[in-house]
Design a protein around this ligand. Structure first.
Ligand code: URA
Length: 457
């Protein structure tokens, strides 16, 4: 028997290469978190190639808490290099199944951590510092931390877990040892804020206790401030439904389920009564495209044709957009396309329905849907088509004329860029060619920037 120390994927990999080269079978090895090494003299390692899929899988499985992971990983690796090259394709194989289950558990844990970490402000900290304590099931803190540094890049924070701590100082992500629950900050201002926020998004008309428990496992309830208000909110549910309708300012928030699942968001959208536009529109037109799109394009609102057929950007402006995308190497099938306002606003002119510009109130009432789409997709780049989209996401002072084609860091994506709306090109009369040329120029810059962002991530 050989005792092999292992702490993480890199140390396992380094040891596994030596053990394979020395011809050691899985049953000869005891994997142990420890400081002593008992590695054999290695033989020649040349010619040892492993499928990329195994490396990707191993990196995720290495984050699982079960100590048997190192053993199973080595056994699968051993079988792969000893003739079973396509082993990972055999889903019913016991070893493969075990790795897949661990992979799934780690991915789910990462998803939960993104949803359930709650930052609290350290009282009187100057500059402000936020801290969260969280207990993940697996060793995922370092793997998830970059996501938090993107999402909460403009605040200084620490995430403390019993295994590791992660720190963000607005520029650099660093890691330290774990911290017990007793050393993490308790209730404070931010916690109250969370409760208020939850209260405001809590929609009693949609209460599904079972789903709530599934998404918010009881294990997490202790660290989630909002869970303490649930019993009260449930008790007042009926009164709240009526009151909400009467008293709330226009907002889609009460109609948006607390989920990042795009399918669930889409399914809830037709029930939105967050402003009055639904009354005259045929239907809500939700965004469309891949749920993991790298680019989200945001228009103003659906037009007449979109309203009738229920899909965004399929009318004249949409066709022009597709043509321009095609000419600049942006693939529409890979892009998520949506609008700042999800219902068609129109006025009657004879037999025709003419587009009417949405008001500031309607744009901000609908913004929570757009934000929910962006939080779910986590794109690299948001492209705003026209002033309505840009002002919805960048504030009312944003001017396309001066800021067009510039890239801004953004809360909902790595960067945001704005250009003109394709319908402005169609309206440009004798300058259509010229405007279209400028639009193509913007899209080419956007396509190039996207390649850079993808390379960097
Ligand atoms: N204009 C938009 O802004 N969005 C659409 O979906 C169609 C036209």
């Amino acid at each position: 028997m050989i005792t092999v120390p292992v702490t993480d994927y890199d140390s396992w990999r380094a040891a596994a290469i030596q053990l394979l080269a020395a011809g050691k079978s899985p049953n000869e090895i005891v994997w142990q978190a420890g400081l002593f090494a008992d590695l054999p003299e290695s033989g020649p390692t040349t010619g040892l190639t492993v499928p990329r899929a195994f490396i990707e899988l191993a990196k995720v499985v290495a984050l699982h808490r079960d100590v048997s992971r190192w053993f199973v990983l080595y056994r699968v690796l051993y079988r792969i290099v000893n003739g079973e090259r396509d082993l990972l394709k055999i889903d019913i194989d016991d070893d493969v199944r075990e790795l897949r289950l661990m992979e799934k558990a780690v991915s789910r844990d990462m998803h939960k951590m993104k949803a359930f970490v709650r930052f609290r402000r350290i009282p009187d900290s100057e500059p402000e510092v936020f801290v969260a304590w969280y207990r993940p099931d697996h060793y995922i803190t370092e793997a998830v931390a970059p996501w938090f540094s993107r999402r909460f890049g403009s605040m200084r924070w620490s995430i403390l877990t019993p295994d590791r701590s992660a720190h963000w100082d607005l520029e650099t992500l660093s890691f330290g040892p774990g911290v017990p629950r007793s050393e993490a900050p308790g209730d404070d201002v931010l916690e109250d804020l969370w409760r208020d926020y939850y209260r405001s998004i809590f929609n009693p008309a949609r209460v599904k206790i079972k789903a709530m428990r599934a998404e918010m496992p009881v294990r997490h309830w202790a660290t989630l401030p909002e869970t303490r208000v649930i019993p009260d909110l449930l008790a007042q549910a009926d009164t709240r439904v009526v009151q909400m309708a009467k008293t709330q300012k226009m907002s889609a928030l009460p109609f948006i389920p607390a989920t990042r699942n795009l399918g669930e968001l889409r399914a809830a959208a037709p029930g939105c009564r967050g402003c009055d536009l639904y009354e005259r529109a045929t239907q809500i037109v939700f965004g469309e495209g891949p749920k993991d799109a790298k680019v989200v394009m945001v228009g103003e609102q659906p037009g007449d044709e979109e309203d009738v057929k229920g899909h965004p950007f399929i009318g004249p402006a949409g066709r022009l957009l597709s043509k321009a995308m095609h000419e600049t190497g942006l693939e529409r099938e890979k892009i998520y396309v949506t609008n700042a306002v999800k219902h068609f606003k129109w006025i009657e002119r004879g037999k025709r329905r003419i587009h009417a510009k949405p008001s500031g109130i309607e744009i901000s009432a609908c913004r929570p849907w757009l934000e929910a789409e962006l939080a779910s997709i986590e794109p690299e780049l948001v492209v705003c088509l026209g002033a309505t989209a840009a002002q919805s996401l960048m504030g009312r002072d944003f001017r396309i004329t001066t800021e067009r084609g510039k890239f801004f860091p953004h809360r909902w994506a790595k960067e945001l860029v704005a250009t003109i709306h394709p319908s402005a090109i169609l309206r440009a009369q004798d300058r259509v060619e010229e405007e279209y040329g400028l639009f193509l120029k913007d899209l080419r810059i956007i396509a190039a920037r996207l390649r850079e962002l993808e390379k960097a991530s």
